[in-house]
Design a protein around this ligand. Structure first.
Ligand SMILES: C[C@](O)(CO)[C@H](O)COP(=O)(O)OP(=O)(O)OC[C@H]1O[C@@H](n2ccc(N)nc2=O)[C@H](O)[C@@H]1O
Ligand SMILES: Nc1ncnc2c1ncn2[C@@H]1O[C@H](COP(=O)(O)OP(=O)(O)OP(=O)(O)O)[C@@H](O)[C@H]1O
Length: 300
């Protein structure tokens, strides 16, 4: 019998993040074009006699180890739906996705824990049930499960898969510090009181479909960028440093403060990463390729 299961889950970048006005429930309607990128967390769940959670890797000291952790909440939600009582499971998160960086690290761990517990417990949840639990856990969580590329509407949880016609190379500059997603949305409301209804850009969807890096660079947008820059002004020098080093496009990743740079190819991405580190405007620079697969079982 399987006693331990490991699932690998990718980070995301939003190549378009169009944000509408705040809804009565406090969320914002989005046209959210997600692209999964090849930076991964690994979530391992092991049968044991009491619930526990551990986390290792960069930034793991900022990750809660109690039941507020999104991975723990995912395990609890699946156990509750299937009448399994308190889950007797040890969850270990090997983190490589920047924490509180706007790359959906917590969401990735939730999707990973869900898929891992489903395999460990033999609950055999359908894709629809898994997606339902993901949407309850957070707006980004369904995308962490499916990966690839998708248009997210509603608060970002309603997904339509998108075709991607080639590879795109990225550099992610990790900032010193984090940004709270609700705080960035609040700042967006302050800066954009008359935001129009969000619409996906046909030019951007075309660029993804054809794998045209120059066209993608010309069409990436993030409506949360002014809000993130307002709360974290030093990100402007990081964006400038990446552009100066030859990035085809530079933008804040999601709610930030990680910044994302699109490069012509892998060699160009590595050159931009070195220049970003040398500029002293970020803590670290990571190179990654997209699209990446969603949550996949890698052992167990
Ligand atoms: C910025 C993005 O990462 C872009 O993909 C997401 O929109 C954020 O998704 P997330 O972190 O999964 O967010 P959730 O856990 O669902 O919500 C956290 C908080 O973010 C704000 N929020 C989130 C999503 C959304 N469409 N509108 C919002 O206003 C709300 O204040 C909410 O209370
Ligand atoms: N498994 C987890 N990994 C990281 N943070 C977690 C986790 N579970 C809960 N959190 C909490 O969530 C906060 C946001 O972390 P996360 O790394 O998910 O941010 P993010 O990448 O900006 O999210 P998003 O891009 O979805 O808005 C952290 O500061 C932490 O307190």
């Amino acid at each position: 019998m399987t006693t331990s299961v490991t699932v690998r889950v990718p980070a995301k970048v939003n190549v378009q993040l169009a944000v509408g006005p705040a809804r009565p429930d406090g969320f914002h309607d989005l046209a959210n074009v997600f692209l999964a990128v090849g930076l991964y967390d690994e979530v391992t769940v092991t049968e044991t006699d009491a619930f526990s959670l551990t986390c290792t890797g960069p930034g793991s000291d900022q990750v809660p180890l109690d039941r507020t952790n999104l991975a723990a909440r995912a395990a609890l939600a699946l156990a509750e739906r299937h009448g399994l009582g308190d889950p007797k499971v040890r969850i270990h998160i090997a983190k490589d996705i920047p924490v509180a960086g706007g790359m959906a690290g917590g969401s990735a761990d939730a999707a990973g824990a869900l898929v891992a517990c489903d395999a460990l417990w033999g609950t055999n949840a359908s894709r629809a049930e898994l997606l339902d639990i993901c949407a309850e856990l957070g707006s980004d969580v369904p995308f962490s499960l499916v990966g690839g590329a998708a248009l997210g509407t509603g608060r970002g949880e309603r997904l339509e898969p998108l075709d991607v016609g080639g590879e795109f190379w990225w550099v992610f500059a990790v900032a010193d510090g984090g940004l709270s997603t609700p705080a960035v949305y609040r700042e967006f409301d302050r800066l954009s009181p008359d935001a129009p209804a969000p619409v996906a850009s046909p030019a951007l969807l075309d660029a993804l479909r054809t794998g045209d890096v120059a066209a993608l660079a010309a069409s990436v947008t993030n409506d949360l960028q002014p809000a993130a820059l307002s709360l974290f002004p030093s990100l402007k020098s990081t964006l400038d440093a990446g552009r100066g080093a030859g990035a085809l496009a530079a933008l804040v990743s999601g709610s930030g403060p990680t910044t994302a740079f699109l490069a012509a190819d892998e060699a160009a991405a590595r050159a931009v990463a070195s220049a970003l580190v040398a500029s002293g405007t970020c803590r670290a620079a990571r190179v990654a390729c997209s699209p990446a697969q969603g949550a996949v079982l890698i052992s167990g």
